[in-house]
Design a protein around this ligand. Structure first.
Ligand code: NAP
Length: 310
């Protein structure tokens, strides 16, 4: 018999009830789960499970003890006027997501290594021409951000034999990776993969100066956030031929506006923010555990540091 109080969990997401509300209801039989898109009493909600902050904000929810993000990256909450300052925020650490992100990184790194975007462009003009085939061990891949997702990408890349370099904030060692400062890491790599969180320190970090540090002919893969990149500077680096290709999954404005040059640029691959999604099959239990921790008066897992920004 549980002695913990019965909590009310509000779910704020654009998904239908069957996506989050129903699995969470099944996982939390001792608590009440309400769909935030339906009428509800703000004063009863103890935990807000949030994908999209509701338009009226969360500041009128006076009982809130936890904001549980449905996203690994919490940048959208930190500068949001509708998110109360005093309520702790837990990010989603989905055990399924590192695997999905590692697959995406491997797919793009191998694609660039094996020149797939290049041959796709050649095929459009029915051009039959072979190009040099370096070994993976001839190539250096940079992973910018060596956290949950960056280290999963590293583990997945190691078997291919690429030389791996990387950047983090602490300078902490990561097995299989030569960790260095921003300029050194960018200067080493043939393929640069961004997996940083968006913080005041990392906003616009891929600008003209950063692209100039990259090796001539390098490629860039952005799986972090759109605001890491100064779009015009990236386009200039591609137009000049300094960079060979960019794979972009995230954008300053999403959906990417129809008139944006990224859509039609011959050296850009666009994907619609699909590198790795939070999946209820693996996330529901993560959320349920945090609700139980709050009910038991324990500290929730995966709280973010608001000062640090991630
Ligand atoms: P995480 O575990 O918090 O790791 C963040 C990494 O970035 C850490 O290695 C951290 O360094 C480093 N870092 C942070 N600020 C830095 C700075 N100012 N300078 C240098 N390094 C810095 O985050 P994660 O779970 O790996 O997720 C990373 C990001 O991926 C998310 O924030 C989100 O934006 C993005 N994402 C994208 C998708 C998609 O579908 N495209 C899906 C999920 C997530 P330390 O190790 O020293 O702390």
């Amino acid at each position: 018999v549980s002695s913990s109080p019965r909590l009310t969990v509000g779910v704020f997401s654009h998904h239908e009830r069957s996506f989050w509300v129903e699995p969470l209801t099944a996982a939390l039989p001792d608590h009440v789960v309400v769909d935030g898109s339906e009428p509800h009493d703000h004063d009863r909600i103890d935990v807000a499970v949030v994908g999209n902050v509701p338009t009226e904000g969360l500041t009128s929810y006076r009982r809130l003890a936890l904001i549980q993000s449905l996203w690994m990256g919490v940048d959208r909450f930190l500068d949001h006027p509708g998110v109360p300052d005093h309520v702790p925020i837990a990010r989603m650490v989905d055990p399924g997501m590192p695997r999905a992100m590692a697959e995406t990184v491997v797919a793009h790194v191998l694609g660039l290594h094996r020149l797939l975007p290049f041959y796709r462009a050649q095929a459009a003009t029915r051009t039959w021409a072979e190009h040099a085939q370096p070994f993976a061990s001839d190539r250096t891949v940079a992973i910018m951000g060596l956290g949950t997702l960056g280290t999963a990408a590293v583990a997945a890349l190691i078997p291919f034999g690429f030389r791996l370099v990387g950047w983090n904030r602490s300078g902490a060692a990561v097995t299989g990776v030569e960790v260095g400062d921003f300029a050194w890491v960018l200067g080493q790599a043939d393929i640069v993969v961004n997996l940083l969180p968006l913080t005041p320190q990392t906003t616009d970090c891929f600008d003209a100066a950063a692209f100039a540090l990259m090796r001539p002919g390098a490629s860039f893969v952005n799986l972090g956030r759109g605001h890491h990149v100064v779009d015009d500077d990236l386009l200039a680096a591609l137009d000049s031929g300094h960079l060979t290709h960019a794979v972009l999954d995230v954008f300053r404005t999403e959906p990417l506006p129809a008139e944006h040059r990224f859509w039609t640029h011959p050296r850009v691959t666009v994907t619609p923010h699909v590198a790795a999604d939070s999946d209820p099959r693996s996330c529901t239990e993560v959320i349920a555990q945090n609700v139980r921790r709050v009910a038991a008066g324990e500290t929730p897992a995966h709280l973010i540091d608001r000062q640090r920004g991630y």
